[in-house]
Design a protein around this ligand. Structure first.
Ligand SMILES: [Zn+2]
Length: 314
């Protein structure tokens, strides 16, 4: 391990989505936090506690009607069916905290070169409805907040969750300041995939080599042509071969190489990286937690190899 962590981690003990026995292991955020401390990758002082995103921040992405339904618990039957997770006030608090956490991750990444939110990556949320376990779109909220504050103009979202980033694509479709790149299994949820800036459609059971050989050149090209000021990375654990909702065949080592390669391409170009977790439904929850942990482990290695310009001068 490459010594002390060079960036902050964002965590809140109310990140749990309160789902009980559900295919989404909503205790995973706490388990990642505990693994980071137990294995010595992070110390308590490396963590920052987010505030809930403000309504002003959320309204830059979501409609007043959808926010009201979430805050008052008045989802229609079809709203609830599309969301696919049981509604609770705790769920709403958790996703508002996740959005606040991804905002903070973006702000800290601009300062330190990296930052990682232990939650977030709710990429199926649309402006006016939630979908596929995602109630509000934390990454889109964070990008628009950073833009509104004048901190950045252009952002790229690199989404490696096994499922297409349909909400991200729909929200950013007519926004030339946001480049969206999604690599996903073609024959999987969601059935309707609005176009991302770049969609990398993987066939069923694609393995490490083919996946990485497709992803990395596409990331290089996107960074060189679009020149974003920040990269938001959705490090989905669900391309893993043992995932219950995924149909790709990546290994844990392949997933580490995926994360490391994207981080190196960004940091080599001086682009800050903020990470959020997205999905992970391995038969063994420990595998999902390990894959998410590994994303932060390789970020730590890359942060040592490519310090931010300000740190390099000091
Ligand atoms: Zn997914």
């Amino acid at each position: 391990m490459a010594g002390a962590l060079r960036f902050k981690l964002i965590y809140h003990d109310r990140y749990d989505l309160n789902l009980g026995a559900h295919v989404f292991p909503s205790q995973k955020f706490r388990l990642i936090y505990e693994m980071l401390l137990r294995e010595g990758l992070a110390k308590k002082e490396d963590f920052l506690r987010p505030e809930q995103a403000s309504d002003e921040d959320v309204f830059r992405v979501h409609t007043a009607d959808w926010v009201r339904k979430l805050k008052t618990g008045t989802l229609t039957a079809s709203d609830a069916m599309r969301l696919e997770v049981p509604y609770s006030p705790e769920l709403v608090e958790a996703v508002w905290l996740a959005a606040g956490g991804t905002i903070l991750a973006g702000q800290m990444a601009l300062r330190d070169g990296f930052c990682s939110n232990l939650s977030g990556g709710f990429h199926h949320a649309y402006p006016e409805h939630g979908e596929g376990f995602c109630a509000i779109h934390d990454v889109a909220v964070a990008i628009r907040k950073l833009q509104a504050d004048g901190a950045i103009k252009r952002a790229i979202v690199v989404d490696t969750d096994v499922h297409h980033g349909n909400g991200t694509a729909a929200i950013s479709r007519s926004d030339p300041t946001v480049f969206t790149l999604s690599i996903h299994q073609l024959n999987n949820y969601p059935s309707h995939k609005p176009p991302s800036t770049v969609d990398l459609n993987m066939d069923d059971r694609v393995e490490d080599e083919e996946y990485l050989g497709t992803l990395i050149p596409a990331v290089q090209h996107a960074l060189d042509t679009f020149r974003p000021e920040i990269l938001f990375y959705l490090g989905g654990a669900d391309p893993y071969c043992e995932d219950q909702l995924g149909g790709l065949s990546l290994t844990k080592e392949g997933l580490k190489t995926r994360d490391r390669s994207v981080f190196e391409e960004a940091r080599r170009r001086g682009i800050p990286v903020a990470t959020a977790r997205a999905g992970g439904y391995a038969r063994l929850v420990e595998d999902t937690v390990r894959i998410h942990f590994n994303t932060i482990l390789v970020a730590s290695d890359v942060a040592h190899a490519f310090p931010p310009a300000s740190a390099a001068r000091s």
